[in-house]
Design a protein around this ligand. Structure first.
Ligand code: GLA
Length: 398
């Protein structure tokens, strides 16, 4: 097993013990994700191409005894904060912080299964918050997986993803698509997920070459716009779709868009151009991966970033700089494409890099980015990993 995960397991168990004074009896993990292609497409019913990564949120837990029988207590080591949530009276309001995600999942889970016994849980995570790597989906999915473990009631994987998405909609107020929660649950080692967000069918696609790896560069900036602009994009696209007289973006071709361009405002046209072209690019990306066409992969990633920057307008100068530096290094230096990943307005880029040069490339990007921004980026090379699951508690760790 991955060394990082092993260490986090120990941290979770240790954190539980020091907070609650006894060893935990349950342990679960949920990964973060990157998306290789199909950005801002999941909530338009298109296809996306994400993968779970080696960044994780873990929860160690134990059923409570005595008076606190109906209270779930969550302690987060990263924030050094504790939340007490009554299971017989789950709050319906938004807390405005990390508790939203947990409360939302508790509320959803309580509709499908009886939760009549309180518990204590310690959370540890190495997924950076607000970096576009789905730390919130991992928190939701870890909570749902923990509830499955504690109650013995297993949700169907798709129901679990939908429940977690609802938690985000209703308790965090973000009208997100299904990609993040789905990836966090359905992730598989060494595979990207080709997910049709309309039918929710999926297949798995490997990287074309064992010599390729994903390099994630965290710009370390996070612009406030992220969640407000997300909802705005969703509304703009809905308005454009109506004006295009279409029910689904999947039915809008480039030709139809061009023929109807006068019906759209300039910004609606930009949004529409991104959605239509990104839906096409995702299918082309799958073909290119299957054909091992590295030149095409790099070209598609470049086009996707430009479209997100200029048409969907969800990038920022720091992400653009990371992509520019990666493109300067180019296939000659071992990079086969780079683009922003996730919601945007800060966060991370994802690049496909040659394994043997990966560390060197990360160093080159870091130093050039730091020289121009005075910000130290956080880069990591990640395998594609398995989705959320319960973990055995080894006698040593408990
Ligand atoms: C966020 C949302 C996802 C998706 C991406 C953009 O991560 O949670 O549903 O829309 O942004 O692709």
């Amino acid at each position: 097993m991955c060394v990082v995960l092993k260490q986090l397991e120990k941290d979770a168990v240790k954190s539980f013990r020091s907070q609650f004074g006894i060893p935990p009896t349950h342990l679960v993990v949920a990964p973060g994700r990157v998306n290789l292609m199909g950005e801002h497409i999941d909530y338009h019913g298109g296809c996306v191409l994400p993968a779970a990564i080696a960044k994780y949120t873990l929860m160690a837990a134990r059923p409570a005894s005595g008076k606190r029988g109906d209270v779930a207590t969550f302690y987060t080591k990263n924030l050094n904060q504790t939340a007490h949530i009554s299971l017989s009276d789950i709050p319906k309001f938004r807390h405005g912080d990390w508790r939203n995600y947990i409360t939302g999942v508790l509320a959803g889970f309580s509709k499908t299964s009886v939760m009549n016994r309180g518990f204590d849980a310690a959370i540890v995570s190495n997924i950076p918050i607000g970096a576009g790597l789905s730390s919130s989906a991992a928190l939701e999915v870890a909570t749902a997986t923990l509830l499955e473990s504690l109650t013995g009631f297993q949700l169907k994987p798709l129901d679990k993803a939908l429940l977690c998405q609802q938690a985000e909609h209703q308790f965090a107020g973000v009208p997100c698509g299904i990609m993040d929660q789905f990836t966090c649950i359905y992730g598989q080692e060494n595979r990207l997920i080709f997910l049709d967000c309309h039918s929710q069918d999926h297949t798995y696609v490997p990287l074309p070459d064992a010599e390729l790896q994903l390099l994630v560069m965290n710009s370390m900036v996070q612009h406030e716009l992220a969640s407000s602009e997300y909802a705005i994009r969703k509304k703009e696209c809905a308005a454009a779709l109506t004006k295009l007289n279409a029910i689904s973006w999947r039915d809008v071709s480039q030709e139809h868009l061009q023929a109807n361009r006068t019906r759209l405002s300039e910004s609606e046209m930009r949004r529409a151009r991104h959605v239509v072209s990104e839906i096409e690019r995702t299918q082309k990306m799958v073909n290119a991966l299957q054909a091992g066409d590295l030149e095409m992969i790099a070209r598609l990633m470049h086009a996707s970033h430009i479209s997100l920057r200029d048409d969907f307008q969800v990038s920022c100068k720091e992400l653009d700089l990371l992509v520019d530096i990666a493109e300067e290094i180019s296939p000659v230096g071992g990079i086969f494409g780079s683009r922003m990943t996730g919601g945007g307005f800060g966060g991370c880029t994802v690049s496909l890099v040659q394994r043997e040069n990966a560390e060197k490339i990360m160093g080159q990007i870091s130093s050039r980015y730091q020289a121009q921004t005075r910000i130290q980026p956080d880069g990591f090379i990640t395998p594609l990993t398995a989705g959320a699951r319960m973990l055995p508690l080894s006698p040593v760790s408990s």
